[in-house]
Design a binder for this molecule. Structure first.
Ligand code: PLP
Length: 283
């Protein structure tokens, strides 16, 4: 695999970052993940916009324009022959002598991009539907920033796997915030889609935004508000959204079936409408 590191395209086994990189020492970095379909980028503009916001919230610099970033993404797609998969963009505050205080402003950020080949359309998980467990959301209170601080979501995912489930939905004060790496939704008996409103408790998903737009176009009812675990258990269907999963139905929560325990019509419809729309608009 060819990766991008600070201006150079190198084979992955020759890629280097400093042991003093603040991403490594302090999780002082942000990232983005963009999916690739037919060798083209899905919603690249949305991911750039969120990256700028994450960088801004942490007062982190990046000396590359959106056009520069697009060119790097495209170069990696070409060099790694990616037809379907993901591109990760990681930016840290750079390398400096270890200190909680930020390094001088002229410290160059570390910029790494790498690709992952992955079948996205033909997803076994989307076809069978995911099983989720609920666990307490013990993350910090700035979940709106896409930082590389992913230890708690990783632990949550491991707990889900240990219980024979696919993912964990995180719960704060009795209400679901989001999945370990996706936004969470339920559909109530009157057909309303309910998903947590945007705040610092969740990451504002780029897929969430696009899927809600699809739902509006289809005249579906939407409520952006917190929903409880009990509401999720009594929902007629549920699903999650993310750049890497698109729309993935959820069929079981804490060992109990959601609705009839099969992928529901709302999630299935939104998945195909979203994929079709984004494929058309891919760049
Ligand atoms: N929420 C969290 C915590 C995530 O990590 C992610 C994606 O990685 C999402 C939501 C979904 O965001 P997006 O649709 O932009 O991939």
């Amino acid at each position: 695999r060819t990766v991008y590191v600070n201006g150079a395209y190198v084979p992955e086994d020759q890629a280097k970052v400093s042991v003093f990189d603040r991403g490594f020492l302090f999780a002082d970095g942000v990232y983005e993940v963009t999916s690739v379909l037919d060798g083209k980028l899905i919603d690249f503009g949305g991911h750039c916009k969120r990256l700028r916001r994450s960088l801004g919230e942490l007062e982190m610099r990046l000396d590359l324009s959106d056009e520069d970033l697009l060119a790097i993404h495209r170069e990696l797609v070409a060099r790694n022959d990616i037809d379907e998969g993901m591109i990760y963009l990681q930016v840290t505050r750079g390398a400096a002598d270890r200190d909680f205080v930020f390094p001088p402003e002229d410290t160059p950020p570390t910029v790494v991009l790498f690709t992952q080949k992955k079948p996205l359309i033909e997803s076994a998980l989307a076809a069978r539907g995911q099983k989720v467990i609920t666990i307490e959301d013990k993350r910090w209170s700035r979940c709106d920033i896409k930082t590389v601080q992913l230890l708690y979501p990783s632990l949550a995912k491991m707990e889900a796997k240990a219980k024979g489930a696919d993912d964990a939905w995180l719960v704060r004060d009795g209400f679901v915030t989001e999945g370990s790496s996706n936004n969470a939704y339920i559909v109530t008996s009157d057909g309303t889609i309910v998903t947590r409103d945007i705040s610092s408790a969740i990451l504002s998903g780029i897929t969430r935004q696009a899927v809600l737009e699809c739902a509006r176009d289809l005249q579906m009812k939407i409520e952006e508000r917190p929903f409880s675990v009990e509401e999720a258990e009594n929902a007629v269907e549920a699903f999650s959204t993310s750049a890497s999963g698109f729309v993935v139905p959820a069929v079981e929560i804490d060992g109990k079936p959601i609705g009839d325990g099969k992928p529901g019509p709302v999630a299935t419809r939104l998945r195909s409408v979203y994929i079709e729309k984004m494929r058309q608009a891919a760049i």
